[in-house]
Design a protein around this ligand. Structure first.
Ligand code: KIV
Ligand code: ZN
Length: 382
């Protein structure tokens, strides 16, 4: 069976930027957009143009700059939003308007104080209006994760008939379980008339730590677009992490899915976004965390020194990290000490290593980590 492509929709500059206190200026947004384009993402959601003049300007500039990816602007199902987004995107080579409305009972009753029929009507009106400006219109059913599948299918069918090219099924509150989210996609694929005319998209939040698992379950059940952010940043606990879904598809050939992302740029993008946002990446973050390729316990270090694959499923070079790190701590063994000493040009026979290791353990008990300078100091002592 030949592999199928999953489009990567990066929303670092829109949903990602909704992190409290992590505002990006236009210059940083342009820098990130340019790198995302080089990374090979298919769509860049550049912002929410009606939200502020600054955001409008950023979307306008990103639209002018980006060469390959589609550039997308978010709107509510409101005419003025759509007009402003179309204006911000007018210079994009491949513009997309992303419009939508809440579809769960909670959104319909509390947020919109409307009926289900009225929601469908507003959704169709928004998509039809957006279609008068651009060909490519993505529709989001906000809180789809908590929307019953039958109603969700009715909404989807109506907006596809109105010309929606992509159906975004957000788990806005990060509530779904992977089986549930996967089943939702399968249900829509099987029950929405005209579904072959649109691409199903996963947009998962991480409130229960399931954003990546849900997005992958969605793709395994027929979604062909995943919405995600660099480092998984975003509202509350964040969004699906781009680097995670890309590497999962790469590491698991049985999924039969691929992306066009150049994984060797992932570490660079992670650091760029972290730096421009002033938001550190947690050390144990999958793929891009400082400890993702670091080994500190003696048993693991010995295994990795003998054969990297003993404790690593990804070659660090694949994601743009130079090499696995052997971190010297009080849990490290002789093999790790000899390995690190060799890296800075020293080799020992067995007796020397035993003596050195004894001193090393004493020093390691007083320090969190032993560095190259400390190794030289230990050498002096023996
Ligand atoms: O989480 C969400 O529902 C969203 C939509 C606005 C697409 O970000
Ligand atoms: Zn979101």
């Amino acid at each position: 069976m030949s592999k199928e492509k999953v489009e990567i929709f990066d929303t670092t500059l829109r949903d990602g930027e909704q992190v409290p206190g992590c505002k990006l200026d236009t210059k940083s947004k342009l820098e990130i957009a340019e790198q995302l384009d080089l990374l090979g993402v298919d769509i860049i959601e550049a912002g929410f143009p009606i939200s502020s003049p600054g955001d409008f300007h950023s979307v306008e500039e990103v639209a002018k700059l980006v060469k390959n990816a589609r550039v997308c602007g978010l709107t509510r199902a409101v005419q003025k939003d759509i007009e402003v987004a179309a204006d911000a995107l007018k210079n994009a080579k491949r513009p997309r308007i992303h419009t939508g409305i809440g579809t769960s009972e909670s959104h319909i009753t509390h947020k919109f104080k409307a009926t289900r029929e009225e929601i469908i009507e507003r959704a169709v009106k928004a998509v039809s209006y957006a279609k008068t400006f651009v060909e490519d219109v993505e529709f989001y059913a906000e809180d789809a994760g908590r929307t019953d599948n039958e109603f969700l299918a009715r909404v989807c069918e109506a907006v596809v008939a109105a010309g929606a090219t992509v159906l975004n099924i957000p788990d806005t509150t990060g509530y779904c379980l992977p089986e549930e989210y996967g089943a939702k996609m399968a249900y829509l694929k099987a029950n929405v008339k005209g579904i072959h005319k649109a691409t199903l998209s996963c947009h998962c939040h991480n409130d229960l730590g399931l954003a990546t698992a849900n997005a992958i379950a969605g793709a395994a059940h027929g979604a062909r677009q995943i919405e995600c952010t660099i480092n998984g940043i975003g509202e509350r606990a964040g969004n699906t992490a781009l680097e995670e879904v890309v590497m999962i598809m790469k590491q698991h050939p049985t999924l039969n899915l691929y992306t066009d992302v150049n994984s060797r740029m992932l570490n660079h993008l992670s650091q760029l976004v972290s730096d421009r946002m002033g938001m550190a990446v947690q050390a144990n973050k999958a793929i891009v965390g400082a400890n993702a390729f670091a080994h500190s316990s003696g048993i693991h270090q010995d295994g990795v020194i003998k054969n990297r694959e003993t404790y690593e499923i990804i070659d660090p070079l694949e994601v743009g990290v130079d090499q696995s790190a052997i971190v010297l701590t009080a849990r490290s063994g002789r093999a790790a000490l000899a390995y690190r000493a060799k890296n800075i040009g020293f080799e020992f026979d067995k007796l020397q290593l035993d003596a050195m290791y004894e001193k090393f353990l004493i020093m390691a008990d007083t320090k969190k980590e032993i560095g190259d300078d400390d190794i030289v100091e230990l050498m002096k002592q023996i």
